[in-house]
Write a protein that binds this ligand. Structure first.
Ligand SMILES: [Zn+2]
Ligand SMILES: [Zn+2]
Length: 263
């Protein structure tokens, strides 16, 4: 069975999902799961609490479930601050994660979700900053396994058209994708927007270019925060990978493993 490689349970500040319901729903859809709980040194919850979880408790709690159908990962918020880079490296080195997603949720102090009403840049300027920043974070954090949701900002922007298309930023997207490929980091096909026409085409334009530049491997992740979305859009992600001859993979003990096709 294939792995959905991006899932949040109640260890994540913004999810309540229990492990039993997650595994049940995944099995119903013939999927396995990698859990990837939020750990963002550069972010705060609304009440000022950190966006993290007790890692030793996470491994203890889920050790009985870990195996054929469940792997234990983390979604790290990437940043260029040297102290955060160092701490993120330590976190990854100190714990037996199966898989590490690196994600850009913030552009330095600008939180793309919380501060979504305070973006006064043009679309051109916003994505220019985002893509340059994302590329830099890969240079600084090359130890990750896959880059999460390149189209994350599209979820929260308020332009008349929030789609990130390859053809609008070809040089910046080429630089970003080439940096992933040079560092042997996968591109994630995040399923959140994949069923929405324009967003799907935007993501597809980037996935297609990743392949053209020599990218081979993708992870497919629902970014599920509750059981109701598990498996629903996975076939769309698998179909996109297949269309561009990309190989879906997951990571176990930080080793890349080719996924079994969906049946
Ligand atoms: Zn994320
Ligand atoms: Zn996530």
């Amino acid at each position: 069975m294939a792995f959905d490689t991006h899932n949040h349970t109640h260890f994540s500040f913004d999810a309540e999902m229990g492990i039993q319901e997650a595994l049940q729903e995944a099995a119903r859809h013939h999927l396995n799961l990698v859990l990837t709980e939020h750990y963002d040194l550069n972010e705060r919850q609304d009440d000022g609490a950190p966006v993290d979880f007790e890692i030793s408790n996470y491994f203890e709690t889920y050790s009985a479930y870990r195996g054929e159908h469940l792997l234990l990962g983390i979604e790290l918020g990437l940043d260029n601050r040297q102290d955060y880079v160092a701490r993120n490296r330590e976190i990854v080195a100190a714990h037996p994660f199966d898989m590490v997603i690196g994600s850009v949720h913030n552009l330095q102090d600008y939180d793309m979700y919380t501060d979504r009403g305070k973006n006064f840049l043009s679309k051109q300027d916003f994505f220019t900053q985002y893509l340059i920043y994302a590329e830099h974070t890969i240079h600084r954090n090359p130890y990750i396994d896959t880059f999460g949701h390149i189209d994350y900002p599209c979820r929260y922007l308020s332009y008349s058209d929030n789609v990130l298309r390859y053809e609008d930023f070809p040089l910046l997207i080429d630089n970003f994708l080439s940096t992933l490929i040079e560092n042997d980091i996968c591109l994630e096909i995040n399923l959140r927007l994949i069923d929405q026409g324009g967003f799907r085409e935007g993501l597809e334009s980037i996935v297609r270019r990743y392949r053209e530049l020599g990218g081979q491997y993708v992870t497919i992740g629902g970014d599920n925060h509750g059981p109701e979305t598990i498996g629903v859009k996975y076939p769309l992600g698998a179909a996109m990978a297949k269309e561009y001859k990309l190989t879906p993979v997951y990571f176990k003990n930080r080793k890349r493993i080719v996924d079994e096709p969906m049946n």
